[in-house]
Design a protein around this ligand. Structure first.
Ligand code: SF4
Length: 193
């Protein structure tokens, strides 16, 4: 079957994360991965983003198709449980709000920019060299980029670990964006959550 550009979105994901190593400002492009799926589920077809456009999901499928990259095991029941998915969404949202709060603190000049990536919400990885924003860019814009890239990288690594331990797209079972789009679709169709 002939492949279309939609099947190559995994390349965009690789480019996105690679660029963030060299210039943290590219992290802002990740907002597309946040907003487009939600808009598509609100105004478009059910799960269209997940099924056709998500580069991250495609990357996991591609890497996980190599038997050495995924143990291809069944996911434990707790990961598939809807309360785990909602709980993880809540946790992820709290981390997102915390990132916004830090950005606001920099905006209001109550703190300086933290030029590091907070990996797995715990470890600060030095990422100073990636700050090539220049002197004309407001500090809060730079802080948001660091915070957002932290979230994106952390979720990528969790996805890769899930891919290895379980199935290629195990991350999709509890991916916060997938949970939100599924919730929107269920509400639109008048189903209970
Ligand atoms: S569940 Fe998340 S990672 Fe999986 S395809 Fe959807 S948006 Fe992408």
């Amino acid at each position: 079957m002939r492949k279309s550009w939609k099947d190559k979105m995994w390349i965009v994901t690789i480019i996105y994360f690679s660029l963030g190593f060299f210039n943290i400002m590219f992290a802002w492009f990740g907002m597309v991965c946040f907003l487009v799926p939600i808009l598509m589920s609100l105004f478009g077809k059910e799960k269209a983003f997940c099924n056709s456009y998500c580069g991250r999901g495609q990357l996991f499928s591609l890497l996980g198709s190599n038997p050495r990259m995924s143990l291809n095991k069944e996911l434990p029941a707790f990961l598939r449980n809807k309360w785990f998915r909602y709980g993880f969404l809540l946790f992820f949202t709290a981390m997102f709000l915390n990132m916004l709060f830090t950005t606001w603190a920099v905006f209001s000049e109550s703190t300086g920019v933290n030029e590091s990536i907070r990996f797995l919400w715990t470890f600060d990885l030095p990422w100073k060299l990636a700050n090539r924003a220049g002197n004309n860019v407001s500090l809060w814009i730079i802080q948001f980029a660091y915070g957002f890239y932290s979230l994106m990288l952390t979720s990528l690594v969790l996805g890769l670990i899930s891919m290895f331990i379980y199935r290629p797209r195990a991350w999709c079972v509890y991916c916060p964006i997938g949970t939100v789009t599924q919730m929107i679709c269920k509400i639109k169709e008048g189903e209970g959550l």
